[in-house]
Design a binder for this molecule. Sequence first.
Ligand SMILES: *Cc1c(COP(=O)(O)O)cnc(C)c1O
Length: 247
Amino acid sequence: MVEQALEANPDAKIVAFVHAETSTGALSDAEVIAKLARQHDCLTIVDAVTSLGGVPLLVDEWQLDAVYSGSQKCLSCVPGLSPLTFSQRAVDKIQSRKSRVQSWFLDQSLVLGYWSGEGKRSYHHTAPINSLYALHEALVLLMSEGLENAWQRHKDIHLELREGLEKLGIEFVVDEASRLPQLNAVHIPDGVDDALVRKTLLERYNLEIGAGLGSLAGKAWRIGLMGYAARSENVALCLKALETTLK
Ligand SMILES: *Cc1c(COP(=O)(O)O)cnc(C)c1O
């Protein structure tokens, strides 16, 4: 579909997509999409908010151009920071702009100046120091676990949840090949009161699961297993709580 869209729109300059799609529980094939984009002379803008730390995200190998994430998902840090990275192609694009950026806060050309060190450094904003210390600590924890180990843990814990849900007769929305381990979108069994179940889980078990969005509203639940939360005891709690509540 991406290829067809690019062929139908030869003037396209950018392909923007979500890597770990948390509304639907699907994992995009970032490598293939980026390859198609390059074949059509497009840059990629990648929402990696929920993929960073949870699934492989090979920014350089896949040649992604502008990639942003969040501190509060699989990095299990406080919210407020958005780690981001640019390829040289993206930086060149920004620096060769002919018109000025019309806003202050999303003006990456100013931020590039802010980053470029002594002499060239111009004021852009006051850095949120406390958040940076928190992010540093979250990254130290991730590094001591090992990035590849963290990917594997998310996968293993997802499979644990899957096994238990299947025993309860609950099915996944997304085909196995594109399933996102850190966000499990599942069909609500027939005749079950969506809101009442979520309310009971929250009030009785202090466990919050996500409602379906858009066309999946009332039809699906979204069970997050991100970062520190991706552990066996949470899967056990979720399965037990769901089983009891559904009964
Ligand atoms: C959570 C999430 C966001 C939103 O992040 P905020 O920091 O809450 O704005 C964006 N994209 C994806 C894929 C997400 O999962």
